[in-house]
Every structure is written in structure tokens, then in C-alpha cells.
Design a protein around this ligand. Sequence first.
Ligand SMILES: [Fe+2]
Length: 248
Amino acid sequence: MAGVGEDTDNVELLKEVLAEREGQALEKERQLERYAADLRETFKQERARSQELRRSYVATVRALANAVEARDAYTGKHAERVAAYGIAIARAGGLSLADDPEIEFGFLLHDVGKVAVPDAILFKPDPLDATERKVMERHPDVGWEILREIDFLGDAKLVVRHHHERWDGAGYPDGLAAEDIPLAARVFSVADTFDALTTDRPYRPAMDLAKARNIIDEGSGTQFDPSAVEAFRRVSDEELMRIAQEIR
Ligand SMILES: [Fe+2]
């Protein structure tokens, strides 16, 4: 009968081992839950930090864009409006760049190089002579130089450099043509012209929307990328007017 006692002992022992293992498993599970909670908290903090960083970037970029525009009472919030038009066009064209924050930065900063253009040229009411035009046309290159070292601007710098290129290659500073011009710069070009036409300038009053649309249509394939013009056609009058009224 000694065997039965032994068996009982073995069962007890097994039970103990099992209970111990269960305890360990439970402890492990709790530990994993703690890790998961820590990780979730870390992600949450990271996300908050990156949102904060992004807000700082936007504020810095806006400040820089406003500093440039503060010189020119006429253009008002031109950069902010153009950025909104540009994003509306990109969206209407189904372009992914509509959601790229770098591109908005590029739209906002496009004329940052104008800080190097003297007042006498920037505000001259008469047409510029050849020398003055040369100084004026350096602004995309100057802007590019100013921003060159700022990594977070990424492709925004391409908009700054190429926003005066033309589809037919007759623009500046590099005389790029067609698809050699970065897409964001091609979209920007339509937005920029539309805003220039629909705001008062020293040399002419603002144009109405239909007339501005006609001029942009006429520039398709020469000044502008036809697909950017096509996307612009899809932006409704209501949306254009809403942007014009909200950002002034
Ligand atoms: Fe410009």
C-alpha cells in the first residue's frame, strides 16, 4: 500500500508545481499588461510631442511668411490665401500633395526671397526696367538659399525655387519645362496667378472671378500645366469665394 501514499504525494507535488506555474503565468500576463500600458502612454506622449512640434513649425513658417508680407500692404495675406487655393486645387485634382504639410510650407514661403528686393523695386508702380527685373527675378533663388539648410521644409524648398517656372519653359530661375517642374510648383503657379488677378493691385483693381478663370484657361499649356488648370476648373466658385472672404 506504500505505492498509494507515494502517488498521493506525487499528485500533491504536481498540484503545487502547477499552482506555482499558474502563478508565474499570471504574473507574466500582468507584467505584459503593464508593458502595454506603458507603451500606450509613451505613444500618447510622443504623439502629443510631435503635434506640438508641428504646431511650432507652422507658427514659425507663418511668422516668416508674415514678416515678408508685412512690407507690402497691398498683398495682405496673399501667402495664406495662395496656400489655401493651392491646397484646394491639389485636392480637386486628387493629388496626394494636398495632405503634405511640407507643401503648405512651400506655398506660404514662396516669396521669402523678396526680403532681398529693395523697396524701390518691390513697390515701383511703373513697369520695371531690365536691370530692376533681374533683381526682382532673383527672389526664388534667394528664397531657396535662405531655406536651404532647413531640413523639415523638405519639398517646400522646391516650391520656393520653382514657383515662377512656366510650363513652356520660358519662366525662371532655371527655365524648367513641363513635368521637369515639380508638381507642387505647377499647382502653386495657378493659385498664385488666381490670387494676383482677384486682388487689387497698385496698377489695376481686382478682377471678377469669371474673368480670372478665363485668363487661367488661356494660360493652359503655355504658362500653366494643363492638368493643374483642369484641377482648378473643378474647384467651385463657392470654395474660391469662401477662401477669399475668410483670408483677407
Ligand atoms: Fe514670387
